[in-house]
Design a protein around this ligand. Structure first.
Ligand SMILES: [Zn+2]
Length: 70
């Protein structure tokens, strides 16, 4: 009864994206959970599930000292 969803992986070898050979929809690996998902295009780097969390947006580097409370 150890059904870990995180253990579920796609039978896909460790392929390296060769500079995005065209902005075409294809299966990619989520940058967050590394789960194989269908990417609509080059801009799609995270699965819809992670996108729903909106947490990945917080990963955007902020200017040092920009959000600094006095
Ligand atoms: Zn994900």
């Amino acid at each position: 009864m150890t059904t870990n969803k995180a253990e579920v992986e796609v039978a896909v070898p460790d392929i390296v994206p060769e500079r995005a050979v065209g902005d075409v929809p294809r299966e990619r690996h989520c940058l967050r959970c590394e789960t194989g998902f269908w990417s609509e295009g080059f801009g799609e780097r995270v699965c819809r599930r992670c996108k729903a969390t909106n947490a990945w947006r917080n990963a955007v580097p902020v200017s040092p000292g920009a959000s600094r409370h006095r």
